[in-house]
Design a protein around this ligand. Structure first.
Ligand SMILES: Cc1ncc(COP(=O)(O)O)c(C=O)c1O
Ligand SMILES: N[C@@H](CCCC[NH3+])C(=O)O
Length: 382
């Protein structure tokens, strides 16, 4: 592990999130260089991590912002993102959130239902504005990822189904305060099987052709995010293969002259730069197994409990021969377990533990259950 391992954490209270801004810069450099080869625009999905130092850095690389709430829009604007680079998605945008977006005159609303279009039109009318919209279409492509983070199947709540499109296009003719500028897709998260993106391209081409057949020439194609990261080998595979990812779209997506292609990447940009650092409070010897009880739990990182997600766990203090442990948190829930039967060097009270790949969907999903204090964030850069 980079400088995290070399540092002396004596006296630093745990748990805390540690962010390696140097790795974040390298990741952003790679992603933006690869995207620029094809003129692609990346909007960073703030939901993955909305900490200010992280946002400030990301915006310096020229990325736009993909927001899912009024507060995310405010946070993006406060940290230097231009309103003209903000997209707003979400199945349940409240009237108050829509007004925030209208007031800011954001680039585009990704609309997910017939009723949302009607409400947005009405609110835009009240604001004397025309809202630019993209239709989020459910392409019915299986993302081959955990069922809780699959979003592009007909059974999911997200997006407009293709069979609804004739009704939607008819409706749009009666909604003068909306301007249809594009179509939007997002099929899920933590996608590591890149063939899934090939299938997405095929579906986007078919759907776009349907629009063209009816005389719609859309300026913007937004293919969402979802590129996964390597939770097993965070060090040797610290930067996702952006070259291979964008090359798929370049090869397969039928982009019309003058059309702009947008992405909404979250996890791929920030997951590997974050680590949750914790100390061992107790070692408890059970009849069948040993428990390493940490001072971090599901309140700091809920992914293992919610999705059975794997995060690599390391003991930064011990070099003793290995034993196996169930690594658990202090919360009053049996599910508060990071992983079972983890081989670790013999572990003792006060050892410093690193739970890797915790830059995305970790701190943002924290809670204060059990009235826990919010863990602080520490940033390193050199
Ligand atoms: C609409 C939308 N765009 C972008 C993202 C970002 O996804 P990821 O972090 O997997 O790139 C998500 C989350 O899955 C999403 O729901
Ligand atoms: N929170 C999920 C990702 C959800 C992506 C948002 N649609 C995770 O931790 O993997």
């Amino acid at each position: 592990m980079r400088n995290l391992k070399e540092q002396n954490w004596n006296g630093t209270p745990t748990p805390f999130y540690y962010y390696d801004l140097d790795l974040l810069k390298q990741t952003l450099e790679t992603a933006s260089t690869e995207a620029a080869k094809y003129g692609y625009h990346i909007h960073y999905a703030l939901k993955a991590n909305s900490n200010e130092p992280i946002l400030k850095l990301i915006q310096q690389y020229g990325l736009g912002a993909d927001c899912v709430s009024g507060n995310e829009i405010k946070q993006a604007l406060a940290n230097g993102f231009e309103a003209s680079q903000v997209v707003f998605a979400g199945v349940g945008k409240s009237d108050a959130e829509i007004k925030i977006a209208l007031n800011a005159d954001i680039f585009c609303f990704n609309c997910e239902s017939v009723q949302e279009l009607e409400v947005l039109n009405e609110l835009a009318q009240q604001h004397n504005q025309t809202a630019r919209i993209a239709l989020r279409i459910n392409p019915n492509v299986n993302a081959n990822t955990h069922k809780y983070i699959t979003t592009g199947l007909e059974e999911n709540k997200f997006g407009i189904n293709t069979w609804e499109l004739p009704e939607v296009l008819n409706l749009l003719k009666q909604l003068p305060n909306l301007e249809l500028i594009g179509i939007h897709f997002h099929i899920g998260s933590q996608i590591t099987d890149l063939q899934v993106f090939e299938q997405l391209c095929v579906r986007v081409n078919e759907i776009q052709q349907g629009f063209r057949d009816q005389g719609y020439h859309l300026k913007h194609l937004n293919v969402g995010g979802g590129l996964g990261v390597d939770y097993y080998e965070p060090e040797s595979n610290a930067i996702p293969d952006f070259a291979a990812y964008f090359a798929i779209f370049n090869r397969l997506l039928q982009v019309q002259p003058g059309q702009v292609v947008h992405y909404e990447l979250g996890r791929a940009l920030v997951a590997q730069c974050g680590t949750l650092v914790s100390r061992v409070l107790y070692i408890k010897k059970g009849q069948k197994k040993n428990f390493a009880i940490l001072d971090a739990g599901m309140t700091e990182l809920i992914r293992p409990m919610l999705y059975q997600a794997y995060h690599k766990i390391e003991n930064l203090s011990s070099h003793l021969p290995e034993q196996t442990y169930d690594v658990v948190g202090p919360i009053c829930e049996s599910s508060d377990c990071f992983a079972q039967n983890v081989p670790l060097p013999e572990t003792h009270r006060h050892d410093v533990m690193a739970i890797r790949t915790a830059g995305a969907y970790a701190e943002v999903m924290a809670s204060n259950y059990n009235l826990r204090e919010k863990a602080v964030a520490i940033y390193s850069s050199n």
